[in-house]
Design a protein. Structure first.
Length: 412
């Protein structure tokens, strides 16, 4: 008999998969909230433990970035940035490549969730402005921020966890030396898979770019300052990682510090109100449900019962990609990392765990938090990607991604 939280998690997965078929009015955040409420009401996790399960650092980081993203969009500065970034893309093909490589490379330094928040309104604007199907551009953003974040120890939370708790020496050098080339190849392959999946949406039709007017200059100036703070403090974090490893400048501090200029705006109440509160509810609910699942010990016992070489690269990818769909990538990394350390894993195995737990996000919508952020933001503007639309492209792409990383980490 499966533990009750595992059954609830399975139902959440199924509801997410079939919500567009049978439950059209259900949003992803509502489904996850229902799952969290069920395990609390069923006594599977106490109210106090549920509150403790919510990662305050993640929630504050997301809140700060959502406020900045809202200000960038409301001021019109995000549209201005979009024009500056993509004005030289002559065709839909070039635009797709620009989104994939631009977002992918940026996510390695600005964290994939940050790019998900800022990038969603940009790709939706581009699709609307050029009369394009938004779906391949939304998927391009989802896949690029996941793939791009693989190659950096600060690209996503699980990489940071592995780099720090795994005692990876010279983490930036180690990650980039092992993962830079396969990551660039995988971004290019994502372009090929998307083109094959949406052949009617790409061709040689020339794009006509036009500069967008900033609607609120004062707010745009404050938003620009916030964005500059994000970029400069992330750079500070990277430098401090080399020069002063003991100096802990959390990502939370970056988001909250960068949010301050926006809060000086007379429109701060409106901006906060228009921030993505639904995704914050999703993350709160996810933390509670995943903690309930974690406390069952079900997946821990499954991993410990596997009588195979837990530090072989194929096994790391099999477990990492598979379980990240069920317990999310950060809990998966937290669970598998001590097993690898106990087995005497080296840098290559630890980097393999980072790649596996991250690239699994390309398989299904719930495989990565950035997917949920992007799709829920898109649904606020009446655009969406169904579970099956995502999986149709994500399954073959993930298979290709795994092969490329396995080849570079095992064969070469």
């Amino acid at each position: 008999m499966l533990p009750f939280p595992i059954i609830v998690l399975s139902l959440v997965f199924l509801l997410t998969a079939f919500r567009q078929v049978f439950f059209r009015k259900l949003r992803i955040w509502q489904i996850m909230s229902l799952g969290a409420s069920t395990v609390i009401l069923a006594g599977q996790i106490g109210v106090v433990d549920a509150a403790k399960a919510v990662n305050t650092d993640v929630m504050l980081f997301l809140f700060g970035m959502f406020v900045i993203g809202s200000a960038l969009e409301e001021s019109g500065y995000l549209s201005f940035i979009s024009y500056r970034l993509f004005r030289k893309a002559p065709s839909a093909d070039a635009l797709l490549l620009s989104i994939l490589f631009g977002s992918g490379i940026a996510s390695a330094f600005l964290l994939n969730d940050t790019l998900a928040i800022i990038g969603t309104p940009i790709v939706l604007l581009l699709a609307k402005k050029h009369g394009m199907n938004a779906k391949p551009l939304i998927l391009a953003l989802c896949f690029s921020v996941t793939i791009g974040s693989v190659m950096s120890p600060i690209g996503n939370p699980q990489n940071l966890l592995i780099a720090v708790n795994g005692n990876v020496e010279r983490p930036f050098t180690t990650f980039f030396s092992l993962l830079l080339v396969p990551t660039m190849i995988n971004l290019l392959l994502a372009y090929c898979v998307l083109k094959l999946s949406y052949p009617q949406d790409f061709g040689k039709r020339k794009l006509n770019h036009s500069e967008e007017k900033i609607s609120d200059n004062a707010l745009a100036s404050l938003s620009k300052t916030s964005l500059a703070i994000v970029i400069s403090t992330v750079f500070l974090k990277i430098v401090s990682g080399f020069l002063a490893p003991a100096f802990d400048f959390k990502l939370t501090y970056i988001a909250l510090l960068a949010m301050v200029p926006v809060l000086l705006s007379p429109r701060r109440t409106e901006i906060i109100r228009k921030s993505d509160w639904r995704t914050l509810v999703f993350f709160t609910s996810m933390f509670i449900l995943m903690e309930s699942v974690w406390e069952t010990g079900f997946f821990q016992s499954v991993i410990y019962s596997i009588n195979l070489d837990v530090k072989s690269v194929p096994m790391i990818f099999f477990v990492g990609v598979g379980l990240s769909q069920l317990i999310s990538n950060v809990p998966l990394a937290s669970l598998y990392l001590p097993i690898l350390m106990h087995a005497g894993a080296g840098a290559k195995e630890l980097v393999s765990l980072a790649a596996a737990s991250t690239i699994g996000g390309n398989l299904f919508i719930l495989g990565a938090a950035s997917n949920v952020i992007i799709i829920q933001n898109a649904e606020r503007k009446n655009e969406t990607i169904t579970f099956f639309e995502f999986a149709k492209v994500g399954i073959p792409l993930t298979a290709i991604n795994i092969f490329v990383y396995w080849f570079f980490l095992s064969v070469i």
